[in-house]
Design a protein around this ligand. Structure first.
Ligand SMILES: [Zn+2]
Length: 334
């Protein structure tokens, strides 16, 4: 073999040998390009229309007191369900037979209006749609009369209807919203068991919809002039982060006089049952004025809880704060 052949053979086999020796350390995988973090879509907060909310409130009163078992109650329910369907919400009517403290039985109906029902990230806004059959406040002059429930019931429902209308005109992705109207909130026994109140909310908390919301905000008596929404104790015990965030946002929007950093005692309202039975953190936005005998507004559980008890300004402020909560949540900036 001459040198030329040797070099030729080395030239062929050396690289092969070299490659073989290195086969046990595989080359590093090609580097994956960094996945860019998709920024959340930003949604502008639409302007809540207080005149529209006021009209929704007045319309409820036209049916008469929404007392369970009455025609006014049935007609109001039909109207509410149709309204939410008109705004593109999926509506579940959650029916239940309910015995009340006075031995009667009613068919209660919780109205659950769902925006983006398949969305797993969800929040809930709620109010009660029934009105109290007895105007039995110590300040009432006709305890046998039914309460018109302009502030106590209709004000919260009116705000939720206007929010539904806003959502239908300004849709968003990535967040589901449940607007829940509880029935039989206000059929409780004065001075009796706390379990006689919030009957619809108790049923809801034991029979949650297919995808339950992660947290909730309850509206109760959100229509009177110059309200004082305090940091109620059940809300602060079970959902302090939600309450602090909502109050902070409301104050930053110029409503420091309405949303005050004052703690007040616990209330058995619908949110109590959603917190304690379902374990869903829920706050209560409820008017706790200073210096009234009952601790509530003077027209509470009296025949004077009618349209004259309502101030559009309050409807507008509460509605705009909640609209901001929803659109910020959709933009992941709440
Ligand atoms: Zn009430």
């Amino acid at each position: 073999m001459n040198r030329q052949w040797l070099f030729l053979l080395l030239g062929i086999f050396l690289p092969l040998f070299w490659t073989a020796c290195h086969e046990d350390t595989p080359p590093p995988p090609p580097e994956k390009p960094e996945q860019p973090v998709k920024p959340a879509k930003q949604y502008a907060v639409p302007a809540f229309d207080r005149d529209s909310a006021y009209a929704f409130l007045a319309r409820q009163l036209e049916f008469g007191p929404r007392v369970p078992g009455t025609e006014a109650h049935a007609k109001t329910r039909e109207w509410l369900v149709q309204k939410f369907r008109d705004y593109g919400f999926e509506v579940l009517e959650q029916k239940f037979d309910q015995k009340t403290f006075d031995g009667k039985t009613f068919e209660g109906v919780n109205i659950i209006a769902r925006y983006a029902p398949a969305e797993s990230r969800r929040m809930m806004l709620a109010s009660h749609w029934d009105s109290r059959p007895f105007a039995d406040s110590p300040l009432s002059n006709s305890p046998d009369q039914a309460v018109p429930g302009a502030d106590d019931g209709a004000s919260g429902v009116a705000i939720l209807l206007e929010i539904a209308r806003q959502i239908s005109q300004h849709p968003f992705d990535g967040l589901g919203v449940d607007l829940v109207l509880f029935d039989l909130e206000d059929y409780g026994e004065s001075g009796g068991s706390e379990m006689s109140w919030g009957l619809g909310a108790q049923y809801y908390a034991r029979h949650l919809p297919p995808i339950a919301p992660q947290y909730g905000i309850l509206l109760d008596m959100v229509g009177a002039a110059h309200p004082r929404f305090t940091k109620e104790q059940v809300s602060m015990t079970y959902a302090p982060q939600v309450m602090n965030k909502v109050w902070h946002l409301a104050q930053s929007m110029g409503h420091k006089e309405m949303f005050v950093n004052v703690p007040t005692g616990p209330l058995v309202d619908d949110h109590y049952f959603v917190n304690t039975i379902a374990g869903i953190p829920m706050i209560d936005i409820i008017n706790r004025p200073v210096g009234t005998k009952t601790g509530f507004v003077k027209h509470w559980h009296t025949p004077q809880d009618d349209l004259s008890a309502i101030d559009k300004n309050t409807l507008g402020a509460v509605g705009q704060v909640l609209t901001a909560v929803i659109y910020r949540e959709a933009s992941r900036s709440f």
